[in-house]
Design a protein around this ligand. Structure first.
Ligand code: SF4
Ligand SMILES: [Zn+2]
Ligand SMILES: [Zn+2]
Length: 304
């Protein structure tokens, strides 16, 4: 099979492109998404949430390549949950990667912020709490807080087409389609100075293509998996979508496009039903409820 853009053999079949043009096409898609949805403006300071996985490393690498052309600056922000045997390794990966590409890196830990590592929480005060419930709430709080502290105008995350189509379908299956108003290539429903807008420049790129890109660029990184990762529901929905996509090419993209067409209506529905901006009475961070989920979890008062 020939590359659709030159005479070389294609190394990727969908789309049929040689190595050079496949890499270029991914970077073009990211740049086009940024421009079309105005994700980044001149003089923006972008804080990139980086876990050391292929999505966030790809995002950091491409944004670092684009920063001069699009006139913005960036800082990488890694969260150290304190997961022995996993996060310690990925933090080395992130640190080395940032050194190699001369990217400023900040690391914020659960231990410094909340007094204990995730491992310690789960073996002492929070034995009955689901790891990802605790970890997800803590991470959301710290990413927003430290993006603000490091003067971000936007917080960029590595969410891809698969993540987003899964989230849309999960919200539909749970009977809460209005929750999807918080999705999309840029920030959700609430506008508030304490919230740093979120952007997802990899929004239109399938996970498979990100894996191929990171292999072709040669990041030379070992991608581990968190020992607590179960993600049962997301896994089932992901398999369902992958099976459907195999038979009906483009299904995930169609779903995303349909969602984007109807996002305004969903936002209206969502705002009518909920979403009043509050500040948590304990930590003063923005929260939809009087006490935020992170504080409730810390006090062991969450309803799980
Ligand atoms: S899989 Fe769960 S516990 Fe592990 S890093 Fe992700 S959210 Fe945290
Ligand atoms: Zn080519
Ligand atoms: Zn709080």
């Amino acid at each position: 099979m020939r590359c659709a853009r030159c005479i070389k053999n294609a190394v990727y079949s969908d789309p049929a492109l040689c190595k050079k043009h496949f890499v270029v096409s991914i970077e073009e898609t990211v740049e086009n998404t940024i421009k079309k949805y105005e994700l980044i403006k001149k003089r923006d300071h972008i804080v990139v949430a980086v876990s050391g996985g292929k999505d966030s490393i790809t995002l950091l690498y491409i944004l670092n390549k684009l920063k001069q052309k699009l006139s913005f600056t960036l800082t990488a922000l890694a969260i150290d949950e304190g997961i022995v045997g996993y996060r310690d390794k990925t933090l080395v990966t992130v640190t080395n990667f940032c050194k190699q590409y001369d990217i400023a890196l900040q690391i914020v830990s659960y231990k410094d912020s909340f007094g204990k590592s995730l491992d310690q929480f789960l073996t002492t005060t929070h034995k009955n709490t689901k790891p990802c419930t605790l970890c997800g709430a803590f991470r959301r709080t710290l990413l927003n807080k430290y993006a603000r502290i490091y003067s971000a105008s936007k917080l960029a995350t590595g969410h891809n087409l698969d993540d987003e189509s899964q989230a849309i379908l999960m919200n539909l299956l749970r009977g809460t389609p209005q929750a999807s108003a918080r999705l999309g290539p840029q920030t959700g429903v609430i506008e508030d100075n304490m919230f740093i807008p979120r952007i997802k420049p990899l929004y239109f790129i399938p996970e498979k293509q990100i894996a191929a890109y990171s292999f072709m660029v040669g990041f030379n990184i070992e991608y581990g998996e968190c020992p607590y990762a179960v993600q049962a529901y997301r896994g089932i929905v992901g398999e369902l979508l992958n099976g459907y996509e195999q038979k009906h090419r483009g299904a995930k993209k169609n779903m995303i496009n349909l969602f984007l067409k109807n996002k305004k209506r969903l936002m209206k529905l969502s705002m009518e039903q909920e979403e009043k901006v509050n500040y948590c009475s304990r930590c003063k961070e923005p929260s939809a409820t009087a006490v935020c989920k992170t504080c409730l979890l810390l006090e062991n008062k969450q309803n799980l």
